[in-house]
Unconditional design. Structure first.
Length: 245
């Protein structure tokens, strides 16, 4: 592991506070930081902690630029299940960030290849991400980069694995309503961030986290590639780390 730092947390709340502290410290040191952000249940507590800091006058996000990992194909920004809506609801609407500098792939684009090229070019334009936030899928996916035969390099449109659809159906009325495709930063795109921060919680993630940290580096476990990044911090609770201790 080239630059992997493991921070142990008691539980989800402790994990969220510790991870939020890392993000907040970066913003205080670099008020114009570029952040790569993630959705899903794992970072919600982190976002709440950032909001609390802002409301206490301890955090200024007015100069921050953000770019999200992914977005469902076919969902408009005002759809409650879209990741643009998620970010507005869980963070952007509650802090002093300039929404004109918050970027998410366009799920309504009719040309998938063009949208992937546009988003990758946008990422280059806004500058290298100072920090990329990640969760960890039960199958080892990061962003929507599912297990495959090769690591993806740039932003791409992917077919979602059934396991991912099943994991995400709790946000929809049924599994049938979960979009089958999504735009996602590629593994190469993720790895080009200066620092990576991954949050992992719960006993259900213990097995896959052990594979990420100790198993072979392979595209069958996409997150395993993080062991080759120069600066990775994993903040995980005791349940998620139970097979790694």
């Amino acid at each position: 592991m080239i630059g992997m730092d493991i921070i142990r947390a008691r539980d989800y709340e402790d994990m969220s506070l510790k991870a939020a502290g890392i993000v907040a410290d970066l913003i205080r040191k670099k008020p114009d930081a570029v952040l790569g952000l993630a959705t899903g249940s794992s970072p919600i507590g982190l976002y709440k902690a950032l909001i609390d800091m802002y409301q206490r006058g301890e955090l200024d996000m007015s100069g921050v630029t953000t770019a999200n990992l992914d977005e469902y194909v076919g969902l408009s920004p005002d759809n409650e299940q879209s990741y643009r809506y998620f970010m507005d609801h869980y963070l952007f609407d509650h802090v002093n960030i300039d929404k004109a500098r918050t970027f998410v792939p366009d799920g309504m684009s009719e040309d998938a290849d063009a949208e992937c090229r546009r988003y990758e070019a946008l990422l280059s334009k806004i500058g290298e991400r100072d920090l990329q936030l990640l969760g960890l899928g039960l199958d080892g996916h990061i962003g929507f980069n599912e297990p495959s035969e090769a690591f993806s390099d740039v932003t791409c449109c992917v077919e979602l694995d059934q396991s991912t659809i099943e994991a995400n159906k709790r946000f929809f009325s049924s599994a049938e309503e979960v979009p089958g495709k999504a735009y996602t930063m590629g593994i190469g795109t993720i790895m080009r961030a200066k620092k990576i921060l991954m949050v992992v919680n719960g006993e259900a993630k213990a097995g896959i986290l052990e594979k990420v940290m100790r198993g072979p580096v392979c595209p069958g476990v996409p997150a395993s590639i993080l062991r080759f990044h120069r600066d990775v911090t994993i903040v995980a609770d005791e349940a998620a780390l139970s097979k790694c201790l």
